[in-house]
Design a protein around this ligand. Structure first.
Ligand code: PLP
Length: 438
């Protein structure tokens, strides 16, 4: 793939670098103007869960654009928004009773934080201003979401953010932080103790919510909750009257092989849940908050005097909702979650078998992280491996510098031979980097 002088100012990466142009898509590949192609091994950032050029999604977008592009949600809902909300509620076995659609994961997290605050104002507990989150969590780049997250690189320039309200406990990372021979349950209880202490220090009635990613994604790479962890957080929230907010923007909507990631880890139902990325498969920018009955009923009852004043112009966009509905219907109709599990198992097994200098492959379904081991003379491989893989025709997601780790999150439609191709390029690229390091 040739590099082009880009003038769009890709501010989130580097203004001093040139980028390859993606000019088309074909199945799980991105196409470039010079005729080369890249296997999209991480669906960008766990977004493109369907292949490119999916007819049903394209048709839904075109049909909606032809009938009505935009109607402001201050005045109207739309047919696709209502159908998508019903679909998501039914698909979640009524764990949620209302849905709010937004355009990005950050917007969804930001609005979930505000919804939680408003819930307690409506309940007559306005002193609940604190949010308990996790170190190395990632929830987005807007100020509230960035304050809830804890990635030093992303935060440092903008400190102090909205810090007073956000408090961070240790991440849940048993395979790394569990003491030698420490049983998982004991490790998990240690972490719960940290939350308990924070509740006590801040005042149990000052905490609005625990807000975490169900499975840690962008920063640490596919880190699952320890056994029983989510259930214990649910109990803690119930004990102290706080809300449980699960951020599944990256790990949710089928990526782990279940619709919601929490369904893979003991069925702990949150009060609020954020989703995005795979919701619309990247065909349109769309995210959502799934709202449980407790929050929805309180807000509804208080609404005459206290409406939720938090509108975004493009929230509930009808074309986004149409694309997401077609995406989600396709995932169910084509039984793609079975493929997510089958291809995820194959990917994980092949990575374990073939990757040199491997510390750990972790994850579930098509959310698999590879962490490299450290040798005295070879450290920090992931950055070079992801750059070399890209040069060799495979895009994979580089996690933060807190771990030497990359993330595989290919489309749910990936086929066996594409999994082998992906592993082959990755292993070849890793060997190339190790050789260069001498
Ligand atoms: N929450 C999580 C868990 C994420 O991984 C991300 C993005 O990576 C976000 C929120 C923010 O989403 P967006 O980039 O769409 O604003």
């Amino acid at each position: 793939m040739s590099q082009t002088v880009t003038q769009t100012g890709i501010f989130h990466r580097s203004l001093n670098k040139n980028y390859g142009l993606a000019s088309g898509g074909d199945g799980v590949y991105l196409l470039h103007p010079d005729g080369s192609r890249t296997l999209d091994g991480s669906s960008g950032a766990a977004v493109s869960c369907l292949r490119h050029g999916h007819r049903a999604v394209i048709d839904a977008i075109v049909q909606q654009a032809q009938s009505m592009a935009f109607a402001h949600t201050s005045f109207f809902s739309s047919d696709p928004a209502e159908k998508l909300a019903s679909f998501l509620i039914k698909q979640s076995d009524n764990a949620f009773t209302k849905v709010m659609f937004l355009s990005s994961g950050s917007e969804a997290v930001e609005s979930a934080i505000k919804l939680a605050r408003q819930f307690f104002v409506a309940k007559g507990e306005p002193q609940r201003v604190n949010f308990l989150c996790r170190k190395y969590g990632y929830h987005g780049n807007t100020l509230g979401a960035l304050s809830a997250g804890w990635n030093p690189q992303r935060r440092q320039t903008f400190e102090p953010l909205l810090s007073p309200a956000f408090h961070h406990v240790s991440p849940c990372f048993y395979s790394r932080d569990g003491g030698a021979g420490e049983p998982e349950e004991q490790y998990m209880s240690r972490l719960i103790e940290e939350y308990e202490e924070l509740f006590q220090t801040l005042g149990t009635s000052s905490v609005a919510a625990i807000l975490i990613e169900t499975v840690g994604g962008a920063t640490l790479g596919a880190v699952p909750p320890a056994k029983g962890y989510l259930q214990r957080l649910r109990s803690l929230c119930d004990k102290y009257g706080a809300l449980l907010i699960l951020d599944e923007v990256m790990c949710g909507m089928g990526r782990m092989g279940t619709v919601h990631a929490w369904q893979s880890y003991g069925n702990t139902i949150p009060d609020l849940q954020t989703i995005g990325k795979g919701l619309g498969a990247g065909y349109q920018p769309i995210s959502a908050i799934l709202v449980g009955a407790k929050v929805h009923k309180t807000l509804q009852a208080s609404e005459p005097g206290l409406p939720f004043v938090s509108g975004h112009t493009y929230q509930g966009h009808s074309i986004g909702c149409a694309a997401a509905l077609a995406t989600q219907q396709t995932i169910m109709k084509d039984n793609l979650l079975a493929n997510v599990m089958a291809m995820g198992d194959l990917l994980s097994a092949e990575l374990r078998k073939q990757v040199p200098l491997l510390k750990e492959v972790r994850g579930r379904g098509l959310f698999q992280a590879v962490e490299f081991a450290t040798l005295p003379h070879i450290k920090s491989l992931a950055g070079d491996v992801s750059r070399t893989s890209l040069a060799n025709g495979l895009a994979i997601y580089l996690c933060s510098s807190a771990v030497d780790c990359v993330l595989f999150a290919p489309p749910f439609t990936i086929r066996e031979r594409e999994v082998y191709e992906m592993v082959d390029i990755f292993v070849r690229s890793t060997k190339q980097v190790i050789e260069q390091r001498g």
